[in-house]
Design a binder for this molecule. Structure first.
Ligand SMILES: *Cc1c(COP(=O)(O)O)cnc(C)c1O
Length: 396
Protein backbone atom coordinates (compact mmCIF):
# COMPACT_ATOMS: atom_id res chain seq x y z
CA UNK A 1 0.00 0.00 0.00
CA UNK A 2 1.39 3.41 -0.92
CA UNK A 3 0.84 6.24 1.52
CA UNK A 4 0.82 8.69 -1.39
CA UNK A 5 -2.35 7.27 -2.89
CA UNK A 6 -5.82 8.16 -1.68
CA UNK A 7 -7.88 5.35 -0.20
CA UNK A 8 -11.17 4.26 -1.74
CA UNK A 9 -12.47 2.31 1.20
CA UNK A 10 -15.75 3.61 2.60
CA UNK A 11 -14.07 4.64 5.83
CA UNK A 12 -11.77 5.47 7.34
CA UNK A 13 -11.52 8.17 4.70
CA UNK A 14 -8.73 10.40 3.43
CA UNK A 15 -7.69 13.01 5.96
CA UNK A 16 -7.02 16.58 4.83
CA UNK A 17 -3.67 17.81 6.12
CA UNK A 18 -5.32 20.65 8.03
CA UNK A 19 -7.48 18.21 9.98
CA UNK A 20 -4.54 15.98 10.84
CA UNK A 21 -2.82 19.06 12.19
CA UNK A 22 -5.91 20.10 14.12
CA UNK A 23 -5.82 16.73 15.93
CA UNK A 24 -2.20 17.28 16.89
CA UNK A 25 -2.65 19.32 20.07
CA UNK A 26 -0.42 20.03 23.01
CA UNK A 27 -1.75 18.74 26.31
CA UNK A 28 -4.32 21.00 27.89
CA UNK A 29 -6.12 20.65 31.18
CA UNK A 30 -9.49 19.19 30.25
CA UNK A 31 -10.98 20.63 33.43
CA UNK A 32 -10.01 24.18 32.48
CA UNK A 33 -11.88 26.73 30.36
CA UNK A 34 -9.36 26.02 27.57
CA UNK A 35 -11.15 22.72 27.01
CA UNK A 36 -14.58 24.36 26.78
CA UNK A 37 -13.20 26.53 23.98
CA UNK A 38 -12.39 23.38 22.01
CA UNK A 39 -15.42 21.38 22.99
CA UNK A 40 -18.30 23.82 22.60
CA UNK A 41 -17.74 24.62 18.89
CA UNK A 42 -17.58 20.89 18.15
CA UNK A 43 -20.91 20.22 19.87
CA UNK A 44 -22.59 23.23 18.26
CA UNK A 45 -21.24 22.19 14.86
CA UNK A 46 -22.50 18.62 15.17
CA UNK A 47 -25.98 19.97 15.94
CA UNK A 48 -25.91 21.90 12.69
CA UNK A 49 -24.73 18.92 10.67
CA UNK A 50 -27.39 16.68 12.21
CA UNK A 51 -30.14 19.26 11.74
CA UNK A 52 -31.12 19.19 15.41
CA UNK A 53 -32.28 22.01 17.65
CA UNK A 54 -33.33 20.24 20.85
CA UNK A 55 -31.61 17.44 22.75
CA UNK A 56 -27.93 16.78 23.27
CA UNK A 57 -24.84 15.89 21.27
CA UNK A 58 -22.58 13.36 22.99
CA UNK A 59 -19.00 12.81 21.83
CA UNK A 60 -17.85 9.49 23.22
CA UNK A 61 -14.31 8.12 22.91
CA UNK A 62 -15.17 5.07 20.83
CA UNK A 63 -16.20 4.32 17.24
CA UNK A 64 -19.57 3.95 15.56
CA UNK A 65 -20.07 0.50 17.06
CA UNK A 66 -19.70 1.92 20.56
CA UNK A 67 -22.23 4.55 19.54
CA UNK A 68 -24.77 1.80 18.83
CA UNK A 69 -24.09 0.32 22.26
CA UNK A 70 -24.47 3.70 23.96
CA UNK A 71 -27.75 4.31 22.07
CA UNK A 72 -29.44 1.10 23.17
CA UNK A 73 -28.01 0.77 26.68
CA UNK A 74 -29.22 4.24 27.66
CA UNK A 75 -32.76 3.82 26.38
CA UNK A 76 -33.79 0.15 26.64
CA UNK A 77 -34.15 -2.64 29.19
CA UNK A 78 -33.33 -6.36 28.97
CA UNK A 79 -36.04 -8.23 27.06
CA UNK A 80 -37.38 -5.09 25.37
CA UNK A 81 -38.75 -5.69 21.92
CA UNK A 82 -37.25 -3.70 19.07
CA UNK A 83 -37.83 -3.71 15.32
CA UNK A 84 -35.03 -3.71 12.75
CA UNK A 85 -34.51 -4.50 9.09
CA UNK A 86 -31.53 -6.56 7.97
CA UNK A 87 -30.27 -5.81 4.47
CA UNK A 88 -26.48 -5.73 4.79
CA UNK A 89 -23.56 -6.30 7.11
CA UNK A 90 -23.97 -3.13 9.15
CA UNK A 91 -27.68 -3.53 9.82
CA UNK A 92 -26.84 -7.15 10.70
CA UNK A 93 -24.12 -6.16 13.14
CA UNK A 94 -26.37 -3.71 14.96
CA UNK A 95 -29.01 -6.42 15.33
CA UNK A 96 -26.34 -8.81 16.64
CA UNK A 97 -25.18 -6.22 19.18
CA UNK A 98 -28.79 -5.78 20.38
CA UNK A 99 -29.29 -9.53 20.71
CA UNK A 100 -26.09 -9.85 22.73
CA UNK A 101 -27.55 -7.26 25.10
CA UNK A 102 -30.61 -9.44 25.64
CA UNK A 103 -33.02 -7.43 23.51
CA UNK A 104 -35.80 -9.21 21.62
CA UNK A 105 -35.26 -8.13 18.02
CA UNK A 106 -38.10 -8.51 15.55
CA UNK A 107 -36.15 -8.73 12.29
CA UNK A 108 -37.51 -7.86 8.88
CA UNK A 109 -35.27 -9.46 6.30
CA UNK A 110 -34.75 -7.65 3.02
CA UNK A 111 -32.48 -8.65 0.13
CA UNK A 112 -28.95 -7.21 0.31
CA UNK A 113 -29.11 -4.38 -2.21
CA UNK A 114 -32.54 -3.26 -0.99
CA UNK A 115 -33.18 -0.53 1.56
CA UNK A 116 -34.95 -0.54 4.88
CA UNK A 117 -38.52 -1.54 3.86
CA UNK A 118 -40.61 1.29 5.32
CA UNK A 119 -43.92 -0.35 4.35
CA UNK A 120 -43.12 -3.65 6.06
CA UNK A 121 -41.76 -1.81 9.09
CA UNK A 122 -44.97 0.25 9.23
CA UNK A 123 -47.11 -2.88 8.98
CA UNK A 124 -45.20 -4.51 11.83
CA UNK A 125 -45.73 -1.40 13.94
CA UNK A 126 -49.44 -1.21 13.07
CA UNK A 127 -49.79 -4.85 14.15
CA UNK A 128 -48.14 -4.05 17.48
CA UNK A 129 -51.32 -2.65 19.00
CA UNK A 130 -50.12 -2.81 22.62
CA UNK A 131 -46.95 -0.92 21.68
CA UNK A 132 -44.57 -3.54 22.97
CA UNK A 133 -41.95 -2.44 20.40
CA UNK A 134 -39.79 0.13 22.17
CA UNK A 135 -37.45 1.15 19.38
CA UNK A 136 -37.04 1.02 15.62
CA UNK A 137 -33.50 0.69 14.26
CA UNK A 138 -32.51 1.82 10.79
CA UNK A 139 -29.24 2.01 8.90
CA UNK A 140 -29.39 5.18 6.84
CA UNK A 141 -26.57 4.15 4.53
CA UNK A 142 -25.81 0.43 4.33
CA UNK A 143 -22.07 0.61 3.70
CA UNK A 144 -21.87 -3.06 2.74
CA UNK A 145 -24.07 -2.65 -0.34
CA UNK A 146 -24.06 1.08 -1.15
CA UNK A 147 -27.74 1.56 -0.33
CA UNK A 148 -29.29 4.67 1.18
CA UNK A 149 -32.62 4.17 2.91
CA UNK A 150 -35.43 6.69 3.13
CA UNK A 151 -35.55 7.70 6.80
CA UNK A 152 -38.26 10.32 6.19
CA UNK A 153 -40.35 7.54 4.67
CA UNK A 154 -39.73 5.33 7.68
CA UNK A 155 -40.78 8.15 10.00
CA UNK A 156 -43.95 8.63 7.93
CA UNK A 157 -44.71 4.89 8.25
CA UNK A 158 -44.19 5.09 12.03
CA UNK A 159 -46.49 8.10 12.27
CA UNK A 160 -49.12 6.43 10.08
CA UNK A 161 -49.10 3.47 12.46
CA UNK A 162 -49.39 5.94 15.35
CA UNK A 163 -46.54 4.13 17.05
CA UNK A 164 -44.54 5.78 19.85
CA UNK A 165 -41.32 3.72 19.49
CA UNK A 166 -38.00 5.53 19.50
CA UNK A 167 -36.33 5.87 16.09
CA UNK A 168 -32.59 5.17 16.17
CA UNK A 169 -30.57 5.71 13.02
CA UNK A 170 -27.08 4.57 12.12
CA UNK A 171 -25.70 7.43 10.07
CA UNK A 172 -22.05 6.43 10.39
CA UNK A 173 -21.42 6.45 6.63
CA UNK A 174 -23.94 9.13 5.67
CA UNK A 175 -23.72 11.96 8.20
CA UNK A 176 -21.67 14.92 6.93
CA UNK A 177 -21.71 13.47 3.40
CA UNK A 178 -25.42 13.19 2.60
CA UNK A 179 -28.35 15.26 3.91
CA UNK A 180 -29.45 14.25 7.40
CA UNK A 181 -32.42 15.86 9.14
CA UNK A 182 -32.67 14.76 12.75
CA UNK A 183 -35.54 17.11 13.65
CA UNK A 184 -37.49 16.86 10.40
CA UNK A 185 -37.26 13.06 10.34
CA UNK A 186 -38.09 12.71 14.03
CA UNK A 187 -34.89 10.79 14.75
CA UNK A 188 -34.39 10.07 18.46
CA UNK A 189 -30.79 8.92 18.30
CA UNK A 190 -28.41 9.46 15.39
CA UNK A 191 -25.04 7.70 15.45
CA UNK A 192 -21.98 8.89 13.52
CA UNK A 193 -18.25 8.32 13.77
CA UNK A 194 -15.24 10.55 13.31
CA UNK A 195 -13.51 8.58 10.54
CA UNK A 196 -15.98 8.78 7.66
CA UNK A 197 -17.73 11.98 6.57
CA UNK A 198 -15.84 13.99 9.19
CA UNK A 199 -12.49 12.95 7.63
CA UNK A 200 -10.75 12.36 10.98
CA UNK A 201 -8.95 9.44 12.58
CA UNK A 202 -11.21 6.83 14.17
CA UNK A 203 -11.87 7.37 17.85
CA UNK A 204 -15.08 9.31 18.39
CA UNK A 205 -18.65 8.07 18.42
CA UNK A 206 -20.79 11.10 17.67
CA UNK A 207 -24.39 10.92 18.90
CA UNK A 208 -27.36 13.20 18.56
CA UNK A 209 -29.95 12.39 21.22
CA UNK A 210 -33.50 13.77 21.28
CA UNK A 211 -35.29 14.89 24.46
CA UNK A 212 -37.54 11.82 24.12
CA UNK A 213 -34.53 9.49 24.07
CA UNK A 214 -32.97 11.29 27.03
CA UNK A 215 -36.22 10.83 28.95
CA UNK A 216 -36.26 7.10 28.10
CA UNK A 217 -33.05 6.78 30.08
CA UNK A 218 -34.91 7.22 33.36
CA UNK A 219 -36.63 3.84 33.07
CA UNK A 220 -34.04 1.98 30.96
CA UNK A 221 -32.22 -0.72 32.92
CA UNK A 222 -29.67 -2.18 30.50
CA UNK A 223 -26.28 -2.09 32.25
CA UNK A 224 -24.19 0.91 31.30
CA UNK A 225 -21.28 2.67 32.93
CA UNK A 226 -18.66 4.22 30.68
CA UNK A 227 -21.31 5.19 28.11
CA UNK A 228 -23.90 6.43 30.61
CA UNK A 229 -25.51 9.56 29.15
CA UNK A 230 -26.33 10.73 32.69
CA UNK A 231 -22.68 10.83 33.72
CA UNK A 232 -21.77 12.57 30.46
CA UNK A 233 -24.42 15.24 30.93
CA UNK A 234 -23.32 15.85 34.50
CA UNK A 235 -19.81 16.31 33.14
CA UNK A 236 -21.11 18.68 30.45
CA UNK A 237 -22.91 20.74 33.10
CA UNK A 238 -19.59 21.15 34.87
CA UNK A 239 -17.90 22.21 31.61
CA UNK A 240 -16.24 18.92 30.74
CA UNK A 241 -16.25 15.14 30.81
CA UNK A 242 -16.68 12.50 33.51
CA UNK A 243 -13.36 11.04 32.28
CA UNK A 244 -10.44 12.22 30.15
CA UNK A 245 -11.68 13.38 26.74
CA UNK A 246 -9.66 12.90 23.51
CA UNK A 247 -9.01 16.61 23.19
CA UNK A 248 -7.14 16.43 19.89
CA UNK A 249 -9.94 14.52 18.18
CA UNK A 250 -12.53 16.92 19.50
CA UNK A 251 -10.45 19.81 18.21
CA UNK A 252 -10.26 17.98 14.89
CA UNK A 253 -14.03 17.64 14.87
CA UNK A 254 -14.50 21.38 15.35
CA UNK A 255 -12.01 21.98 12.51
CA UNK A 256 -13.76 19.43 10.31
CA UNK A 257 -17.11 21.12 10.75
CA UNK A 258 -15.55 24.53 10.08
CA UNK A 259 -14.17 23.06 6.84
CA UNK A 260 -17.53 21.57 5.87
CA UNK A 261 -19.25 24.86 6.57
CA UNK A 262 -16.67 26.83 4.61
CA UNK A 263 -17.51 24.67 1.60
CA UNK A 264 -21.20 24.87 2.54
CA UNK A 265 -23.07 21.76 3.68
CA UNK A 266 -25.26 21.80 0.57
CA UNK A 267 -22.15 21.99 -1.58
CA UNK A 268 -20.60 19.11 0.35
CA UNK A 269 -23.69 17.00 -0.35
CA UNK A 270 -23.74 18.07 -4.00
CA UNK A 271 -20.06 17.17 -4.35
CA UNK A 272 -20.69 13.72 -2.92
CA UNK A 273 -23.64 13.23 -5.25
CA UNK A 274 -21.62 14.24 -8.26
CA UNK A 275 -18.65 11.98 -7.42
CA UNK A 276 -21.06 9.12 -6.74
CA UNK A 277 -22.82 9.66 -10.03
CA UNK A 278 -19.47 9.72 -11.85
CA UNK A 279 -18.65 6.40 -10.20
CA UNK A 280 -21.96 4.90 -11.27
CA UNK A 281 -21.36 6.13 -14.83
CA UNK A 282 -18.01 4.35 -14.72
CA UNK A 283 -19.68 1.13 -13.57
CA UNK A 284 -22.10 1.47 -16.47
CA UNK A 285 -19.17 2.09 -18.83
CA UNK A 286 -17.60 -1.15 -17.66
CA UNK A 287 -20.84 -2.95 -18.51
CA UNK A 288 -21.28 -3.92 -14.85
CA UNK A 289 -24.09 -3.46 -12.32
CA UNK A 290 -24.13 -1.69 -8.98
CA UNK A 291 -25.39 -3.62 -5.97
CA UNK A 292 -28.16 -1.13 -5.07
CA UNK A 293 -31.39 -2.44 -6.55
CA UNK A 294 -32.83 0.86 -7.79
CA UNK A 295 -31.75 4.46 -8.42
CA UNK A 296 -33.70 5.79 -5.42
CA UNK A 297 -31.48 3.59 -3.24
CA UNK A 298 -28.16 4.77 -4.68
CA UNK A 299 -25.70 5.84 -2.01
CA UNK A 300 -23.67 8.97 -2.53
CA UNK A 301 -20.83 7.69 -0.31
CA UNK A 302 -20.10 4.14 -1.47
CA UNK A 303 -20.82 2.06 -4.56
CA UNK A 304 -20.93 -1.73 -4.64
CA UNK A 305 -19.69 -2.99 -8.02
CA UNK A 306 -21.05 -6.45 -8.83
CA UNK A 307 -18.52 -8.92 -10.24
CA UNK A 308 -19.56 -10.59 -13.49
CA UNK A 309 -20.41 -14.32 -13.34
CA UNK A 310 -17.34 -16.42 -12.73
CA UNK A 311 -15.29 -13.60 -11.22
CA UNK A 312 -14.56 -12.66 -7.62
CA UNK A 313 -14.79 -9.07 -6.42
CA UNK A 314 -12.27 -9.62 -3.65
CA UNK A 315 -9.58 -10.33 -6.27
CA UNK A 316 -9.82 -6.72 -7.47
CA UNK A 317 -9.24 -5.47 -3.93
CA UNK A 318 -6.30 -7.80 -3.34
CA UNK A 319 -4.63 -6.93 -6.64
CA UNK A 320 -5.22 -3.19 -6.26
CA UNK A 321 -3.44 -3.30 -2.93
CA UNK A 322 -0.55 -5.53 -3.96
CA UNK A 323 0.15 -4.23 -7.45
CA UNK A 324 -0.95 -0.58 -7.37
CA UNK A 325 -0.93 0.30 -3.68
CA UNK A 326 -4.56 1.38 -3.65
CA UNK A 327 -7.30 0.33 -1.20
CA UNK A 328 -10.86 -0.56 -2.21
CA UNK A 329 -13.47 -2.27 -0.04
CA UNK A 330 -14.22 -6.00 -0.18
CA UNK A 331 -17.70 -7.52 -0.11
CA UNK A 332 -18.85 -8.44 3.40
CA UNK A 333 -21.09 -11.25 4.60
CA UNK A 334 -23.68 -12.38 2.07
CA UNK A 335 -22.03 -10.40 -0.72
CA UNK A 336 -18.43 -11.49 0.04
CA UNK A 337 -16.71 -12.15 -3.28
CA UNK A 338 -19.75 -11.01 -5.22
CA UNK A 339 -18.71 -7.38 -5.35
CA UNK A 340 -16.04 -4.87 -4.52
CA UNK A 341 -16.76 -1.43 -3.10
CA UNK A 342 -15.57 2.00 -4.08
CA UNK A 343 -15.77 4.49 -1.24
CA UNK A 344 -16.22 8.05 -2.47
CA UNK A 345 -16.82 10.06 0.66
CA UNK A 346 -15.01 12.61 2.70
CA UNK A 347 -12.09 14.56 1.30
CA UNK A 348 -12.24 13.75 -2.40
CA UNK A 349 -11.85 15.65 -5.66
CA UNK A 350 -12.63 14.77 -9.26
CA UNK A 351 -8.96 14.07 -9.88
CA UNK A 352 -8.65 11.76 -6.89
CA UNK A 353 -11.76 9.85 -7.88
CA UNK A 354 -10.54 9.41 -11.47
CA UNK A 355 -7.31 7.87 -10.17
CA UNK A 356 -9.32 5.27 -8.28
CA UNK A 357 -11.60 4.48 -11.18
CA UNK A 358 -8.58 4.11 -13.48
CA UNK A 359 -6.91 1.78 -10.98
CA UNK A 360 -10.00 -0.39 -10.57
CA UNK A 361 -10.18 -0.58 -14.34
CA UNK A 362 -6.56 -1.75 -14.60
CA UNK A 363 -7.17 -4.42 -11.97
CA UNK A 364 -10.26 -5.75 -13.69
CA UNK A 365 -8.39 -5.89 -17.00
CA UNK A 366 -5.44 -7.62 -15.30
CA UNK A 367 -7.83 -10.23 -13.91
CA UNK A 368 -9.41 -10.91 -17.28
CA UNK A 369 -12.76 -9.33 -16.50
CA UNK A 370 -14.64 -8.38 -19.69
CA UNK A 371 -13.88 -4.70 -19.10
CA UNK A 372 -12.30 -2.48 -21.74
CA UNK A 373 -9.55 -0.15 -20.52
CA UNK A 374 -10.80 3.42 -20.55
CA UNK A 375 -14.49 2.54 -20.77
CA UNK A 376 -15.43 3.47 -17.22
CA UNK A 377 -12.94 6.30 -16.90
CA UNK A 378 -14.27 7.87 -20.10
CA UNK A 379 -17.87 7.68 -18.88
CA UNK A 380 -16.85 9.33 -15.61
CA UNK A 381 -14.78 11.96 -17.43
CA UNK A 382 -17.70 12.86 -19.69
CA UNK A 383 -19.95 13.31 -16.70
CA UNK A 384 -17.41 15.23 -14.63
CA UNK A 385 -16.35 17.62 -17.39
CA UNK A 386 -19.98 18.28 -18.21
CA UNK A 387 -20.95 19.07 -14.63
CA UNK A 388 -17.87 20.81 -13.21
CA UNK A 389 -18.75 24.19 -11.78
CA UNK A 390 -16.19 26.94 -11.52
CA UNK A 391 -14.61 26.92 -9.10
CA UNK A 392 -15.03 23.27 -8.16
CA UNK A 393 -14.84 22.05 -4.57
CA UNK A 394 -12.73 24.26 -2.34
CA UNK A 395 -9.15 23.08 -2.00
CA UNK A 396 -8.61 21.01 1.12
C1 LIG B 1 -18.30 2.05 9.57
C2 LIG B 1 -19.70 1.78 9.96
C3 LIG B 1 -20.05 1.32 11.25
C4 LIG B 1 -19.04 0.89 12.24
O1 LIG B 1 -18.37 1.90 12.76
P1 LIG B 1 -16.96 1.68 13.51
O2 LIG B 1 -16.56 3.09 13.61
O3 LIG B 1 -16.11 0.85 12.63
O4 LIG B 1 -17.25 1.05 14.82
C5 LIG B 1 -21.37 1.21 11.56
N1 LIG B 1 -22.34 1.46 10.66
C6 LIG B 1 -22.05 1.85 9.41
C7 LIG B 1 -23.17 2.10 8.47
C8 LIG B 1 -20.74 2.02 9.02
O5 LIG B 1 -20.45 2.41 7.77
Amino acid sequence: MSLQNPVFIPGPTNMPESLRKACDMPTIDHRSPAFAAVFQPAVAGVKEVLGMTAGEVLLLPSTGTGGWEAAISNTLSPGDKILAARHGMFSHRWIDLCQRHGLDVQIIEAPWGEGCPADAMGAALAADTDHSIKAVLATHNETATGVRSDIAGLRAAMDKAGHPALLMVDGVSSIASMPFEMDAWGVDIAVAGSQKGFMLPAGLAILGVSPKALAARDSATLPRAYFDFGDMLKGYAAGGYPFTPPVGLINGLAASIAMLKAEGLDNVYARHHRLAEATRRAVGGWGLQVCAARPDLYSDTVTGVMAPDGFNGTDVVTLAASKYGVAFGVGLGEVAGKLFRIGHLGSLTDVMLLSGLATAEMCMADLGWPVKLGSGVAAAQEYLRGTAAEPIAKAA
